[in-house]
Design a protein around this ligand. Structure first.
Ligand SMILES: [Fe+2]
Length: 248
């Protein structure tokens, strides 16, 4: 007899061994891990979930988290020293980049120094959840004419881009953006509209990469329980493979 019960598939099983390209695991420099104890707790939980490779992406947001290459590299070194003393974390590999807020400070930075990149010329960028910067097109243009490729963090979370069609998102793709989905957007963690948009973008083949955007343990707990609906699996698996291809 054919069983009517089909096996649930969990997102975390698909993410095993992946490099997490968006997270806030570095200690004490943004709204993620507050200190080394928090960072290690996060890494131990990730480890249990089969993820041990990271590109840490602390916020660079002039008003709130005025991080620089120096503050980020110092935090990375401190965390690495702690990791090296922890036998449970012997497989952990951490590099650092940043999640840049696209504001005037960012435009100034591009012109004056080398940005921290996810890989080669790929720069993780975000914008306010309330509105896009009025000079967004100028910023995207400057990013690219300065030799970088923008990777837009969690496009599904920008409610001002939500609509029946994906025209506004297509415009961003046409302007050269890669899209990075937050894994928890596949749940209702950020709200039902974020979840709907996440699946729409995924089905339209517009999402390039997945990341967790982990700030605290609760995010990883939720992630470990996230099941993937059958109809979305193919799109999702393809995108996860692409993330591995680029970053593993
Ligand atoms: Fe983030």
């Amino acid at each position: 007899m054919i069983s009517i019960f089909r096996k649930k598939e969990f997102l975390i099983d698909q993410l095993e061994g992946i490099t997490d390209i968006h997270n806030h695991i570095l200690p004490g420099i943004d709204d993620g891990a507050a200190n080394l104890v928090d960072s290690i707790q996060l890494l131990e939980r990730y480890n249990q979930m089969g993820i041990s490779s990271f590109i840490a992406t602390p916020h660079v947001m002039n008003d709130y988290y005025p991080n620089t290459r120096e503050t980020i590299e110092n935090a990375l070194q401190n965390l690495k020293l702690e990791v090296n003393q922890n036998p449970n974390l012997s497989k952990v590999q951490i590099n650092a980049a940043a999640e840049y807020m696209m504001d005037q400070h960012f435009l100034d930075l591009i012109k004056t120094e080398r940005l921290l990149t996810l890989k080669e010329n790929m720069v993780l960028v975000e914008m306010s959840y309330f509105q896009a910067p009025i000079n967004l097109n100028e910023i995207l243009f400057t990013i690219q004419t300065s030799g970088y490729k923008p990777v837009l963090a969690h496009p599904e979370r920008y409610a001002f881009y939500h609509s029946k069609d994906l025209r506004k998102y297509q415009d961003l793709k046409d302007r050269g953006c890669y899209f990075q989905l937050n894994a928890l957007s596949l749940t209702t963690h950020y709200g039902i509209n974020m979840q709907k948009t996440a699946y729409k973008l995924l089905e339209a083949g517009m999402i390039d990469f997945i990341g967790t955007d982990t700030h605290r343990l609760q995010h990883l707990e939720k992630l470990s329980n996230t099941a993937i609906p059958r109809k979305n699996r193919d799109f999702l698996y393809k995108m996860i493979s692409k993330t591995r291809e680029y970053f593993n």
